[in-house]
Design a protein around this ligand. Structure first.
Ligand code: HEM
Length: 181
């Protein structure tokens, strides 16, 4: 996992719970990196999972809720850093369809050896998009949060169903996104 993800997690914990909470988190988890993350560096995936799990206990927020909230926060911070990706896409669905073939392709040029998921899209009709997510990291709740962040950016309301999930034994996750009028 890239250091930038840890940097944004640190920023969110400090913003929502204060610097003491982040220090406590590092004390409890004792990450090998000692909590010093360079944006372009690569750090073990388990470290972000351990930090998020401990933060969920400390703040008494269910882990899935915390990871999804982080996804949304991550989205707005990634977009602040790389505004071109939203500027290029006029609407929510065209943006989502650009994540795999445009955004994450550019991310491979911008960051050294990023660990990225695989997405496949099927536009079922003007209101519905089916998205298949595949990743050995099984971060589907993070993907849900990133999607929520994108919906907020494009000011759309939507319903998300997650009928197939890697955490329930499937080999991939499926999201069905339906726009609300
Ligand atoms: C709704 C939009 C997006 C979705 C659903 C999405 C999905 C994801 C997911 C789920 C991951 C975690 C890795 C994994 O699951 O294997 C990830 C990683 C990442 N994404 Fe995206 N992404 C989105 C938009 C963006 C944007 C706008 C950027 C801007 C640069 C971006 C840059 C990255 C980076 C830097 C990583 C970290 C790679 C690593 O840690 O090695 N993503 N993305």
């Amino acid at each position: 996992m890239k250091g930038i993800v840890f940097n944004i997690l640190e920023q969110m914990v400090i913003e929502k719970a204060g610097l003491a909470a982040w220090d406590q988190l590092l004390q409890d988890v004792q990450p090998a990196s000692q909590g010093i993350y360079t944006a372009g560096g690569n750090y073990p995936d388990e470290e972000v999972v351990q930090l998020a799990s401990r933060a969920s206990e400390m703040l008494d927020i269910p882990l899935n809720t915390l990871v999804t909230a982080f996804g949304s926060y991550l989205f707005s911070n990634l977009v602040k850093k790389h505004p071109v990706f939203v500027e290029q896409q006029p609407d929510f669905f065209s943006f989502l369809k650009s994540v795999h073939d445009v955004i994450h392709v550019e991310v491979r040029k911008l960051y050294e050896e990023p660990s990225l998921p695989h997405f496949r899209y099927t536009q079922l009709n003007t209101q519905q998009l089916r998205l298949e997510y595949r990743s050995p990291r099984k971060l589907c709740m993070l993907a849900e949060g990133l999607i929520a962040g994108a919906a907020e950016y494009y000011a759309v309301r939507y319903q998300l169903e997650h009928p197939v999930c890697m955490h329930k034994g499937a080999d991939h996750c499926e999201f069905l996104i339906t726009l609300e009028p």
